[in-house]
Design a protein around this ligand. Structure first.
Ligand SMILES: [Zn+2]
Length: 582
């Protein structure tokens, strides 16, 4: 039993799971529980459920679950002790010494956060007070105010080979730590540490909790690459974070402006719109789209007006549509990006432009005309095909009707021909989708093994009974005496459920109540998810003494297949194989 359980329970008491989760995603009350679209997988109908009575959550879609600590671990990509520390810091509680130890990996992450913060500060002071004024001049030329430079913590990395590495080394950071943080590299020739960012203006990337997780650096001369971003480190994954999301998430507008570059975001921010974000040197990923969907219902895509920007726009529209976020497209006449537009025409005109931005369907429809001559017969056919594909992708049928009649009118297409063509596409899409779905069901039932409790696939009836007994115990901990008497742990058939049952029994014996938190030291995150699932699924079922007794008899009547009572791994594998071959 982990020490300081009392501390963990006190920490949980001041951090109710529903209010902690609500600070990440918008929860909707539904009877005694709260629901929302799952932050951990893409969905349009909410299956993520928060249970205030058991202080736990469970997603019926991706089967992730746990308590407040498991949520923070998953949402912030932290280990258990780091999650505890985050909640303790947030609520001003001191962690008892014995509990204040993490794994090596967690320690390295803490060190990297510290180094990043020191480095950001080092670059900032270098920009403001350093001898070389070229970085500051760059930002001045871009019309940035000292306030915005400070707010974003912008900086300058000198044209020196090892200025930063020397500073970090002098503060006690090792070569290993510095290279793991992606702040320095080791020269293959000399074996010496050198700075990775040199003669660049620096943009710190800050996560939603306010940690500096990485940097983007832009050159001041013609050297390559123009932009250099922190690579993957233990605290940074460029595909899952967005520049300036830490500011944008606080904006009350439920609208996010997606820009291409850091300078665009900062220019838009300085123009008074704090809800702008940018990807970190890559095209937008499904993960980033999902992150945005937690804070916005609508995204305005403000990518460059060049052809690369336009094709990136198309991709972004598709990722956002997948997570149920509406998109509008900003069309900037006379400027290639928001930064240039604001400099040329001012903040006020830019805000008007935002209000007037067109929805994504119009953008995609207009693009259909590109590189075809619509005055020729073949051009018309091609155009009809292209617009039909766009129109077929509009999810709402009502909206689709509106666009169909508008498009038919615009190009003089007979509306019924256009509609027929679109219906064909929809039918075809539906068939492919159904095939895909069938394949998924097939792989889930036949191919995929239950990795957490493999025996449950063989002993379905028994494992169901076990889960019900476990739920009964969770629900009525005060009856532990009677429960043990009727259902001692050794009647359990599947090893995983037996482990869970025994652990909960000893927790209740010790604490007089059941809490997922007590299980964290003995079970993996996936196992905790499964246990939350057992607890969640039974919340609405009536657990009666009669059904409990029935479950006990199922287990007692279970006949062991092998004579010695122990199922070997090989036997288990064979049984599973037979199951699959049937
Ligand atoms: Zn989920």
């Amino acid at each position: 039993m982990a020490q300081n359980d009392e501390f963990l329970m006190a920490l949980k008491a001041v951090n109710p799971v529903e209010s902690v989760i609500d600070s990440y995603v918008q929860l909707k009350k539904q009877g005694r529980v709260f629901v929302c679209n799952c932050p951990f997988h893409s969905e349009n109908t909410p299956s993520f459920t928060v249970f205030p009575n058991t202080q736990s959550f469970y997603c019926f879609g991706c089967q992730t679950g746990g308590d407040v600590f498991n949520f923070i671990m998953k949402a912030e990509n932290l280990e258990f002790m780091e999650a505890v520390r985050l909640l303790a810091d947030r609520s001003g509680m001191e962690i008892p010494e014995t509990n204040n130890q993490g794994s090596e990996k967690a320690k390295l992450r803490t060190r990297i956060y510290e180094m990043n913060r020191l480095t950001a500060n080092f670059f900032y002071l270098n920009l403001i007070k350093g001898h070389n004024k070229s970085g500051l001049q760059y930002f001045k030329d871009r019309c940035l105010t000292p306030q915005i430079i400070k707010k974003y913590g912008l900086g300058y990395a000198s044209n020196s080979w090892d200025e930063l590495c020397r500073m970090l080394t002098s503060k006690g950071y090792s070569e290993y730590e510095i290279t793991q943080a992606w702040l320095g590299g080791t020269s293959q020739k000399t074996g010496r540490l050198f700075d990775l960012f040199r003669n660049r203006v620096m943009f710190p990337i800050v996560d939603l909790s306010g940690n500096v997780i990485g940097f983007g650096g832009r050159v001041l001369d013609d050297s390559k690459p123009k932009y250099l971003n922190t690579g993957t480190t233990p605290v940074f994954d460029k595909g899952s974070n967005l520049f300036s999301m830490n500011f944008a998430k606080n904006s009350s507008s439920r609208q996010i402006i997606l820009c291409e570059g850091y300078m665009d975001v900062i220019a838009v921010h300085q123009a008074g719109l704090e809800n702008a974000v940018a990807t970190l040197g890559t095209a937008i990923t499904p993960n980033q789209a999902r992150l945005v969907s937690h804070y916005a219902d609508e995204v305005i895509i403000a990518y460059d007006s060049d052809s690369a920007g336009q094709s990136a726009t198309r991709k972004a529209i598709s990722h956002f549509t997948d997570v149920g976020v509406k998109t509008r497209i900003l069309r900037m006449e006379g400027a290639k990006d928001p930064d240039e537009y604001i400099k040329k025409f001012g903040a006020q005109r830019f805000r008007i432009l935002i209000e007037k931005s067109r929805d994504a369907n119009n953008f995609l429809l207009d693009r259909c005309e590109n590189d075809i001559d619509i005055n020729t017969e073949s051009g018309k056919v091609e155009l009809l095909k292209r617009v039909s594909n766009v129109l077929a992708d509009i999810p709402s049928s009502l909206e689709r009707e509106v666009y169909i009649s508008r498009t038919a009118g615009k190009y003089n297409f007979p509306a019924d021909v256009l509609k027929l063509h679109i219906d064909n596409i929809l039918r075809k899409n539906k068939n492919t989708e159904r095939k895909k779905e069938n394949r998924t069901i097939y792989t889930q039932t036949v191919m995929a093994k239950d990795e957490i409790n493999p025996e449950a696939e063989i002993f379905r009836k028994e494992s169901k009974a076990e889960e019900e007994i476990i739920s009964f115990l969770m629900r009525f901990p005060e009856e532990i005496g009677k429960i043990i008497e009727k259902a001692p742990a050794d009647i359990f058939v599947t090893p995983f459920n037996k482990r869970v049952y025994s652990a909960i029994l000893s927790n209740i014996a010790e604490h007089g109540e059941f809490s997922l938190t007590f299980l964290n030291s003995q079970f993996s995150a996936d196992e905790i998810s499964r246990i939350s699932g057992i607890s969640a699924k039974k919340q609405n079922m009536s657990l009666t003494r009669k059904s409990f007794d029935d479950c006990v008899s199922v287990l007692k009547n279970h006949v062991e297949i092998p004579k010695d009572g122990i199922i070997s791994d090989d036997e288990l594998k064979n049984m599973l194989k037979k199951k699959v071959n049937k």
